[in-house]
Design a protein around this ligand. Structure first.
Ligand SMILES: [Zn+2]
Length: 420
């Protein structure tokens, strides 16, 4: 049966349309601005704003994390190192109780390179994920594309594609902002060869780069988008211009840079709209931080975001949320998307520009043609919130309803288990 959402202000991913009736039928949006069909269920959304489901453009995820994200109106997560590739995610694609996912698979990095320095020696991520209730990975263990030469990087590309990677991730990191200087890192020739081969396979390429020097290497290699924003120094006109002229998009993950600088999510977690949906492990994680680069300046990061935006660079909302452990703290799936939106507004984007960065812009840059906007024929991935986040960005947390593929999520405002 069709559902008609009436009297809501509609932000379609680009702009506010007024208050057209939006009809959902099956898993898709069947009409916008037309009369509701006879017999449709009606949701009177007076005083609320209807948005496309939000997209987090940088996570490391699993079933529990995807379910948490959905409670915050995040209907798609883009994994930037992980196992949820096309060959592994049928159980997620078909489950409307969790966000949908796309994944790079594992990123190209040398043996011993990033992100190995972030993980304590005695920590087993797979064991952790299974403890958290995620299903065991079946079949082959994930492909680890460790590369130190152009030939090795080139040879891994078709294997990543065959494994269902949706885009190819390259790690460019010498460990300097993580307190691990001298970490093995990809050299320019290996990076260039890997990116060129990925493009030959029609794949989008993204780079992990946290410093200006690593960003320069990504630009030289022809990377399509940056999964982080440099945090080691203030921007110059030159680096902004290079990124803009290269046509790259940037996922600044300000929440991650803040966490790296020791800024926790404790203040954000004090909001009951946030804390009520998190269990104890996620609350503790959000209230802690990475704290690896305390000498960094968050105001420099915010100024860089504004300069990129002013130069016409597409900014995408991302968080780098991963697993609930305090050493990867300051972040929580779903919640941190709302935190990032506030940082983007603090940097100088308008609320509407920030909302585009979590909806239509991300869908366009990642080729997700079926989502990210409210238009006939697209997936009915929708978020309904009280108030008007196109004026007051914090209103994105006033969740009234979430639909994933037309299925309305039960009680998104509450944590599945009471927070202790
Ligand atoms: Zn990441």
């Amino acid at each position: 049966m069709a559902t008609a959402i009436v009297n809501a202000r509609v932000f379609d991913g680009e702009r506010v349309l007024g208050e057209p009736t939006v009809v959902i039928d099956g898993g898709t949006i069947s009409s916008v601005g037309e009369q509701a069909p006879a017999g449709a269920d009606t949701v009177d959304a007076r005083g609320a704003t209807l948005l496309p489901g939000l997209i987090d453009a940088h996570v490391h995820t699993g079933e529990q994390a995807l379910a948490l994200a959905l409670r915050f109106g995040v209907t798609t997560e883009l994994e930037m190192q992980g196992t949820n590739t096309g060959n592994n995610r049928a159980h997620i694609t078909g489950n409307d109780a969790m966000a949908d996912v796309r994944s790079s698979g594992m990123g190209i990095t040398p043996p011993g390179g990033h992100p190995s320095e972030l993980i304590p020696k005695d920590f087993n991520p797979r064991e952790h994920s299974e403890k958290a209730g995620d299903r065991k990975l079946r079949g082959e263990p994930p492909l680890m594309p460790f590369s130190t030469t152009p030939e090795e990087a080139v040879a891994f590309i078709p294997r990543l594609v065959a494994g269902g990677s949706d885009y190819i991730k390259f790690m460019i990191d010498d460990g300097s902002v993580e307190g691990h200087p001298g970490l093995p890192m990809l050299d320019q020739a290996t990076l260039n060869a890997g990116v060129a081969e990925a493009h030959r396979h029609g794949m989008l390429t993204v780079a992990h780069a946290l410093t200006v020097d690593a960003t320069r290497m990504a630009i030289e290699a022809g990377i399509d988008g940056l999964a982080h924003l440099f945090m080691d120094r203030p921007h110059t006109g030159e680096i902004i211009d290079l990124i803009a002229r290269a046509g790259m998009f940037v996922v600044p993950c300000v929440v991650l840079n803040a966490s790296m600088m020791g800024i926790t999510g404790a203040e954000f977690a004090a909001d009951p709209r946030v804390s009520s949906r998190l269990d104890q492990a996620w609350l503790e994680t959000l209230r802690s931080s990475f704290d690896r680069y305390p000498q960094g300046e968050i105001d420099d990061v915010l100024a860089s975001v504004k300069a990129l935006h002013d130069a016409g660079v597409d900014i995408l909302t991302g968080t780098d949320a991963s697993i609930p452990v305090p050493f990867l703290g300051g972040l929580a799936h779903g919640a941190s998307v709302h935190h990032e939106l506030r940082y983007l507004v603090q940097a100088g984007l308008t609320p509407t520009e920030a909302l585009r960065s979590a909806t239509a812009t991300t869908a366009r840059r990642f080729g997700l043609d079926d989502r990210g906007r409210i238009a006939p024929g697209l997936r009915a991935d929708l978020l309904l919130v009280d108030g008007d986040p196109t004026v007051t960005i914090a209103d994105t947390l006033n969740t009234r309803a979430v639909w994933r593929r037309g299925t309305r999520l039960a009680a998104p405002q509450r944590a599945p288990h009471p927070a202790g």
